[in-house]
Design a protein around this ligand. Structure first.
Ligand code: UDP
Length: 491
């Protein structure tokens, strides 16, 4: 099967197919890239699973948002799992297997039969696929002779560490023996990367572990594509990007994508501030926290959120809660309804909350299920962020000039939190500990004792990021080059 060119081709802008891993963080950045490309005049097809599509349309008026872009299509493709099948946590592997079999077959057929285009631009001239799905998407692209780029959400350091997994296995550095020793097999990071800071998959006790092997394989497949889009910027990770270029020569480092989008929307609307209302949320946003923030003093609140997939035990939740209350700082905490994994049966912990915590929270805290995070971080009352260190969250925090405490959960987050503390020096790393006294101390260090030092560092990176997305800056130019390259693929 080969995608047969349509007679109307070349009369229209190229059509780009964007296909994220069906998860919140991946959908967020891919949907923002989709809109940035649509603003540049490209025809875009955003393809995701019905599971994600239904949640997106339930919580956001997404169809109206994209109606003004000619040729913008929202399409769905099955992930092959029943509707009520769990898709995260321990069951995530089943999602990957199903995507690699059922979805692969469907995607190939949809592309070959022009089901992902419109009457005006029926065929896809370029695929931008999630870097974690590089294997099967590149197989299809190669077979149908469609150029493919991959968009990876890991920071450059984490991506480079994943690319180095085969080397770490060959040299015997994996499996890990001493978590606190420095890793020698990830070039450019020998001075600060401990085994504890490697991507979480590297903690597997057996190097044949299917997830470890899967990550190494998908990372390798990326080099079969025409280029790699990374969610970082040159000024943040330039030296490591140079290392990556030795293996993946065509890199587009375009972060922060949410800032590009804001700037381009502002330009489109003749410099009028455009509503920053989120449009990509898979959860119901509780905006009451904005009113609460309005009532708090300037620079007084730490925002706490562990992203869309972190799961913790009830004991860990209690340690954080005690630490926050004992710190005596004001806090806004986004706790997803499915974030806490209850141990044991019958007791969901809700009836046993000590009065100390409820009173402390009533006095100085506020909790919501899901917050409008970008807006929260930009609120003048917020001056600290306790985060799981997902890359979207880190970039949003840098752009808002908010220093952070990192409690990494999985994947690239272990690497990112190390970069935050020792490379960028914009916050603290609380990796692998969860104790109320440490939470209390770190919150006070961030908000009071070492505040000036962290604030200065994060402000410096914020300035660099702004420069990077401004005309002539590195992210600006890389995004521009990406758009030009997509046009060339259509020639
Ligand atoms: N987010 C949000 N409200 C919340 C928590 C998170 O809007 O209460 C958004 C956040 O702004 C970010 C995304 O969800 O864009 C999470 O992505 P990230 O890469 O930080 O972590 P992931 O969820 O992928 O682990």
């Amino acid at each position: 099967e080969k995608q047969v060119p349509h007679p109307q081709e070349n009369l229209c802008p190229p059509r780009v197919l964007l296909f994220p891993l069906p998860e919140q963080g991946h959908v967020n950045r891919m949907l923002k890239l989709a809109e940035v490309l649509a603003l540049a005049g490209l025809h875009v097809t955003f393809l995701t699973t019905p599971f994600i599509h239904n949640r997106l349309t339930r919580h956001n008026d997404i169809e109206t948002r994209f109606a003004s872009y000619p040729g913008f299509l929202l399409k769905t493709i099955s992930d092959g799992l029943p509707e009520d099948h769990p898709r995260s946590g321990e069951r995530k592997m089943e999602l990957f297997i199903s995507l690699n079999t059922v979805t692969k077959r469907l995607l190939k057929h949809m592309l070959a039969t022009h089901q992902l285009g419109s009457n005006l631009s029926p065929s896809v001239s370029c695929i931008i696929a999630d870097g974690t799905l590089a294997g099967f998407t590149t197989d299809i692209a190669t077979e149908l002779q469609i150029p493919i780029l991959h968009f990876h959400g890991f920071c450059a350091c984490a991506f480079w560490a994943c690319s180095s997994i085969p080397n770490l296995i060959v040299t015997g550095e994996l499996p890990v023996r001493d978590m606190d020793k420095l890793v020698t097999g990830v070039s450019g990071m020998e001075s600060f990367l401990r085994f504890r800071d490697l991507p979480s998959f590297c903690r597997a006790s057996d190097t044949k572990d299917p997830i470890l092997q899967g990550i190494a394989r998908e990372t390798r497949h990326i080099s079969r594509g025409q280029g790699l889009i990374l969610h970082t910027f040159e000024e943040l990770e330039g030296p490591i990007l140079s290392h990556i270029r030795t293996k993946y020569p065509n890199i587009y480092s375009i972060a922060p994508i949410h800032t590009h989008l804001k700037l381009k929307l502002k330009l489109k609307h003749a410099n009028k501030e455009v509503s920053s209302q989120p449009f990509n949320s898979l959860f119901e946003i509780d905006r009451t926290c904005m009113t609460w923030l309005d009532a708090q003093p300037l620079n007084s609140v730490i925002y706490v959120s562990f992203g869309s997939t972190t799961v913790m035990t009830n004991d860990q939740l209690m340690e954080f809660w005690y630490g926050l209350v004992k710190s005596k700082q004001r806090f806004l905490w986004a706790i997803r309804h499915d974030m806490v994994h209850i141990q044991g049966e019958g007791d969901d912990g809700k009836n046993n909350i000590p009065a100390e915590l409820t009173e402390g929270t009533k006095e100085r805290g506020y909790m919501v299920g899901w917050a409008p995070q970008e807006e929260v971080l930009e609120h003048p009352s917020v001056c600290g962020f306790l985060t799981h260190s997902g890359m979207n969250s880190i970039l949003e925090s840098i752009m808002a000039g908010v220093p952070m405490i990192c409690w990494p959960y999985h994947a690239d987050q272990q690497v990112i939190s190390r970069c935050v503390s020792v490379m960028w020096k914009i916050g603290l790393d609380m990796k692998d500990v969860c104790e109320r006294n440490i939470v209390e101390k770190m919150v006070n260090d961030l908000m009071v004792e070492r505040r000036e030092e962290f604030q200065k560092a994060v402000d410096d990176y914020r300035r660099l990021a702004i420069k990077s997305v401004s005309e002539g800056g590195s992210s600006y130019s890389n995004l521009d080059r990406l758009i030009q390259d997509i046009h060339k693929m259509n020639d």
